[in-house]
Design a binder for this molecule. Structure first.
Ligand code: PMT
Length: 222
């Protein structure tokens, strides 16, 4: 049985990948399954929080008691997150947002060319950085998916995006990251603390993360 320690806390979770359309039949995406974000949403709801889940396309079932806002592209995720931001105390961004999208979306299916095809990409908005710039009294938690210099890169994102905490995820490690049931993460906090977790199920990572959320949230209320 889980404690009801997040009662009254409004949590916005993002999960899954985004899809950036090339034409009506093709898109660019990544390997995110949504498992990490859904595990957080489910555990938060079980611990009494009011949970909104903004999710890219996944094959997962929406957990009981969670309000779900399905989106596809990074632009759509941005709108959904901003629409729900005012009535939120804590944001947890587990989604793997595409950093780039095709600069032009073909209205029709691209025809095969004689030779190579060059696809020009333009930058997507950084949703989390935007939230960081207007966070007010809210608590912002990001994820950092890295394949090298894990702590340095995660610490940089924590600081640049004005976060309270970041979950550093070495996605090249066995049993960690995209599309597996387990994860290996470290929590980095704005005050410099680092908490290193061993390999565990994503459900367990979610609970450990929410223990930190509960502390940060209670501290804000004092
Ligand atoms: O979904 P699973 O299969 O369970 O896999 C889990 C996971 C590997 C996707 C997850 O644990 C994870 O690491 N999520 C973050 C992936 C990511 O996009 O990391 P990033 O380092 O590129 O982004 C840093 C942070 O900024 C993230 O919180 C991201 O949501 C956010 N971001 C990034 C780009 C962008 N344009 N807007 C954003 O808000």
């Amino acid at each position: 049985l889980l404690p009801n320690d997040l009662q009254g806390c409004r949590i916005l979770v993002t999960a899954g990948p985004t899809r950036e359309e090339v034409d009506p039949v093709r898109y660019i995406t990544n390997y995110s399954s949504g498992k990490m974000g859904y595990a957080i949403a489910e555990a938060a709801a079980k611990r009494g929080a009011t949970v909104t889940l903004v999710t890219g396309p996944t094959s997962l079932q929406v957990p009981d008691g969670v309000k779900c806002v399905p989106v596809s592209s990074a632009e759509e995720m941005r709108s959904a997150v901003l629409n729900n931001f005012t009535a939120t105390d804590v944001v947890i961004k587990a989604a793997a947002v595409a950093d780039y999208r095709p600069a032009e979306r073909g209205a029709n299916k691209l025809k095969k060319k004689e030779d190579e095809l060059v696809l020009r990409l333009e930058k997507n908005p950084d949703i989390l950085a935007e939230l960081g710039a207007q966070k007010g009294e809210r608590i912002l938690i990001g994820f950092a998916a890295e394949t090298e210099r894990l702590l340095a890169h995660a610490a940089e994102k924590l600081q640049k995006k004005n976060l309270d905490m970041i979950v550093a995820n070495d996605v090249s490690a066995e049993g960690a990251g995209f599309d597996v049931d387990t994860n290996i993460v470290r929590f980095l906090f704005a005050d410099g603390r680092v908490d290193e977790l061993e390999l565990m199920k994503k459900e367990q990572v979610a609970l450990r993360l929410l223990d930190q959320v509960e502390k940060l949230w209670k501290a804000k209320q004092q």
